[in-house]
Design a protein around this ligand. Structure first.
Ligand SMILES: [Fe+2]
Length: 410
């Protein structure tokens, strides 16, 4: 087997992971500041474990694992692969040290390249492609997790020193889409996750979708209008969180002497009104929408619009923070912030999990989570697509999440 594109993608994806961690110290890579956030070192090892456990251990006869204890340490949630360390204890793994994990990566990469050069197995190709896309998902997690990690540091260090660029957003406008039986899901020849399949028809009533994301400046008006303490705007679970945490602004916002600041990957900076509002929960997005006489879209409305507007998924390299761009039409569908939808994460009609160990990849999480669409500034180039479904519980805020408004058409 010699699939030049697959080999190139494997090599370049593995290299990019190392590029992403270059600004970090070994201490940055070790700490786990909360259960949702995994240490960078764990991401480096887990993405490697995925290739070793799902491919090398399955398809190389008498393969000897690099270290037999790694199955326990670096398995995330694959019960079929055996027991694994609880998620909130990933920061306890001070050994192996970071340099041993780097050697583990090199060891598995060499074995993978040898296998890819010597096999004709379609299963190996399928799982290698999945492993590459899996590592890209963890590249995004490395950035989102290190942002939360550095935010927990009282000195608010930057991941990387850089200028914060912002473009003035144009007026918020709505584009109408007529009622239709819309194709939803993936039907092309490239890679897709099992949760995007099969493509099917879905009835979408006429609706309107906002031409851009909600800005910090618009969200600040909601904050200053005491939006967080008006129960009529909130779903009950969201209002309970506000009360429990005395929450009155997004998580990365800090007020000092009446001035608002925002923590970003380039450090703590004055809140920029011309940046998209980010790190909001589903409840915050939903309350903001209600406050502005709008609503959030369903995932079916979002995909229907995305299929009909010019330009697909962003193929540019990610940036360190979300920005607006200028131009006509519906903007920022990809590459800035994941967009909350009202849709629960459920299987499509006829859904079949991918076979084998990776059947646990997506399907078992189809419970009590909301779908997010698009992609974020932390998403690797070429990873997302129109049918891509991200999913988190409604209260989660550590991902690069934002607000795309929608409206009914009377
Ligand atoms: Fe994973």
């Amino acid at each position: 087997m010699h699939d030049a594109e697959l080999l190139h993608d494997f090599r370049s994806t593995r290299e990019r992971t190392l590029t992403l961690i270059a600004p970090l110290t070994s201490e940055d890579c070790q700490i786990q500041v909360c259960p949702d956030v995994s240490p960078t070192k764990w991401h480096l090892a887990h993405t490697t474990w995925f290739f070793e456990r799902a491919i090398l251990q399955q398809y190389i006869e008498k393969y000897i694992p690099f270290d037999s204890t790694f199955d326990f340490l670096f398995n995330s949630y694959y019960e079929g692969a055996g027991p694994h360390i609880p998620r909130e204890q990933r920061g306890f793994i001070t050994r192996p040290a970071l340099d041993v994990v780097q050697i583990y990566r090199q060891h598995v990469e060499a074995a993978m390249l040898h296998l890819l050069h010597s096999t004709n197995s379609e299963e190996v190709v399928r799982l290698t492609r999945l492993g590459i896309e899996h590592e890209k998902q963890h590249q995004e997690l490395i950035l989102t997790d290190i942002k939360r990690t550095l935010f927990a540091n009282p000195q608010y260090p930057a991941y990387r020193e850089s200028e914060f660029s912002a473009v003035t957003p144009g007026a918020l406008q709505f584009t109408s889409f007529g009622e239709q039986l819309a194709p939803i899901g993936y039907d092309e020849g490239q890679f897709s996750f099992d949760n995007e399949r099969p493509i099917h028809q879905y009835y979408v009533k006429s609706f309107q979708l906002a031409n851009r994301l909600v800005s910090n400046g618009e969200y600040l008006q909601f904050v200053q209008d005491s939006g967080y303490t008006k129960p009529s705007l909130w779903l009950s679970d969201g209002y309970d969180i506000n009360r429990r945490d005395s929450k009155r602004a997004p998580d990365y916002w800090i007020e000092k002497d009446g001035e608002w600041f925002e923590f970003t990957l380039v450090g703590l900076i004055p809140l920029n009104a011309n940046a998209p509002a980010s790190h909001v929960s589903f409840y915050e997005a939903d309350a903001f929408a209600r406050w502005s006489n709008s609503r959030l879209p369903t995932e079916f409305e979002w995909e229907t619009a995305a299929r009909q507007i010019a330009g697909g998924a962003a193929d540019t390299q990610p940036v360190l923070h979300p920005t607006f761009d200028s131009g006509p039409g519906i903007r920022q569908m990809f590459g800035q912030l994941w967009q909350w939808t009202t849709s629960y994460y459920l299987p499509y009609p006829g859904f079949q999990p991918d076979p084998g160990l990776v059947a646990e990849y997506n399907g078992k999480f189809m419970n009590e989570q909301r779908v997010l669409r698009g992609s974020s500034c932390a998403t690797p180039a070429g990873h997302a697509r129109t049918s891509y479904r991200n999913y988190f519980r409604g209260e989660k805020t550590w991902q690069f999440t934002g607000i795309r408004l929608a409206k009914d058409i009377a």
